[in-house]
Design a protein around this ligand. Structure first.
Ligand SMILES: [Zn+2]
Length: 77
């Protein structure tokens, strides 16, 4: 996987987040529209969890009618 091509999308407003390198060496993502932010590592983890969840949701749709929706702050683009 090539991280240069990686896109992370804000889960709240579906805007592609900006990646910022902080002076302390940490990299964070920030949504330019609503301000949602976290470390790049956490956002990546949550985006991949969302991808897996969305896939499962699709596969299990007939079994999951009425189940509560799980919300993720960051999605893979
Ligand atoms: Zn947002």
């Amino acid at each position: 996987m090539d991280f240069d091509d990686e896109l992370i999308v804000c889960g709240r407003c579906r805007t592609v987040v900006q990646v910022e390198a902080l002076s302390g060496g940490e990299t964070v993502v920030r949504c330019p529209a609503c301000g949602e932010s976290d470390t790049l590592e956490a956002a990546r983890r949550e985006a991949s969890q969302h991808t897996a969840y969305a896939f499962l949701q699709q596969a299990l749709r007939p079994l999951k009618a009425g189940a509560p929706e799980v919300r993720y702050r960051f999605h893979a683009g």
